[in-house]
Design a protein around this ligand. Structure first.
Ligand code: NAP
Length: 361
């Protein structure tokens, strides 16, 4: 059990989803992480304290409970992501908070005590308290595991959309993906299994490969192979060719999963972890007639800001959580005070059994 020393606000001590929050005297201060220039996240991210703001009108005061450190957060701070926030900026796209106070004009279902996630990208979740317009928050169930609530929006959402929106898939159909041990990859495995789909999961080799393969099989992976095993794997060739490939890595790995596609198959690129371009063999385009597509959750959310499809997606994901078919990725809770440790552990490293870093406040 993790005992968290720093919780500024009116929270009494107690157990929340297995995390014990220690009581602290009210400081009346909000602590935020802020960066004033793009660069190495371990150097440019600083701590800032200010008075806890008071919500007015349509505003809501949210106390953050947990926030994820995702690759997009790291890349945004480095200044190499598609979105460049105006500086200074508070990092953090994803997280879950609890409403503690509302302004006089707040309506709908947002009330003190309810749990919320941001509707907006780059909302700045790496802070103890945030003031938001109530319309920019989505209420979520309060009984969901804290790690799941903190990580549900970005990665499971991406997995869900990529499995639903590109190729009509039916029971027994096969999907191939690389970066299968990523948080998105783990969500793909679980959602695909819940939909009755089979998955070929490609990961990089490492000393702990047997443990990693088992970990992914335990959450529903049909086949797990290393990049080097993919072409000659009998387990892979025993399956029908996949009609959908999900590309987290790009570069050579992207080309290898693309080569596995069935005729008229689709490869959806959603990540470039190798920092290499996607290279497509001419034959795949001419003879296999494959289609290349891309997906960006940020754009989808913007285009579906308050669209019923967005609520439907969250309802479906929380239903999978309730049925124990969707669990959070392997993760470590990191006390907010130790944010540098979370950032360091979130930087890409080869040959590790990575864990999603979740800041807890
Ligand atoms: N387009 C979208 O809407 C969207 C949404 C969510 C995430 N993403 C992107 O999806 C990717 C995964 O995100 P996540 O949060 O799931 O990541 P994560 O849990 O932190 O996992 C990172 C993954 O990247 C792999 N990786 C890291 N460096 C690599 C390299 N040089 N070559 C090959 N693989 C490498 C890791 O494999 P190892 O274990 O072998 O290091 C691991 O599988 C990121 O690029 C992220 O930006 C995109």
């Amino acid at each position: 059990m993790l005992l968290l020393p720093a919780f500024r606000g009116a929270r009494p001590s107690g157990l929340i989803n297995g995390v014990l929050f220690a009581k602290r005297p009210l400081s009346g201060l909000c602590t935020s992480l802020v960066y004033g220039e793009y660069g190495d996240p371990e150097k440019v991210v600083k701590r800032k304290q200010e008075a806890i703001p008071k919500p007015e009108g349509k505003q809501v005061l949210v106390r953050m409970l947990a926030a994820t450190v995702n690759p997009a957060d790291i890349n945004t701070i480095q200044g190499v992501y598609a979105i460049k926030p105006t500086l200074p900026s508070i990092p953090g796209n994803e997280g879950v908070g609890e409403v503690i106070e509302v302004g006089s004009e707040v309506g709908g279902d947002i009330k003190p005590g309810c749990r919320v996630i941001p509707r907006l990208n780059a909302w700045g979740t790496w802070r103890t308290h945030a003031l938001a317009q109530y319309t920019d928050l989505i209420k979520i169930p309060s009984d969901v595991d804290l790690a799941m609530a903190a990580t549900i929006a970005v990665n499971p959402g991406t997995a869900y959309r990529m499995l639903k929106d590109f190729v009509p898939l039916g029971t027994g159909d096969v999907v191939i993906q690389n970066g299968a041990n990523s948080a998105v990859g783990q969500a793909v495995i679980q959602i695909a299994a819940a939909l009755g789909l089979r998955t070929i999961n490609v990961v990089r080799d490492r000393p702990e490969i047997s443990e990693l393969k088992q970990r992914l099989k335990d959450i529903g992976a049909t086949v797990v192979v290393t990049e080097g095993e993919l072409r000659k794997s009998e387990e892979v060739s025993a399956l029908p060719k996949p009609s959908l490939a999900l590309n987290c890595v790009s570069g050579r790995s992207g080309t290898e999963v693309l080569r596995q596609l069935a005729s008229k198959g689709v490869m959806v690129t959603y990540g470039g972890m190798s920092r290499q371009p996607v290279t497509v063999p001419v034959g795949s385009l001419i003879f296999t007639d494959i289609t290349l597509g891309g997906f960006w959750m940020t754009r989808w959310n913007k285009e579906h800001y308050d669209h019923p499809k967005r609520q439907q997606m969250l309802d479906d994901l929380f239903e999978l959580v309730r049925c124990n078919k969707l669990k959070p990725p392997a993760h470590s809770f990191v006390p907010f005070d130790s944010y540098l440790e979370a950032i360091k552990n979130a930087m890409p490293k080869e040959g590790m059994l990575g864990k999603k870093q979740i800041l807890v406040f």
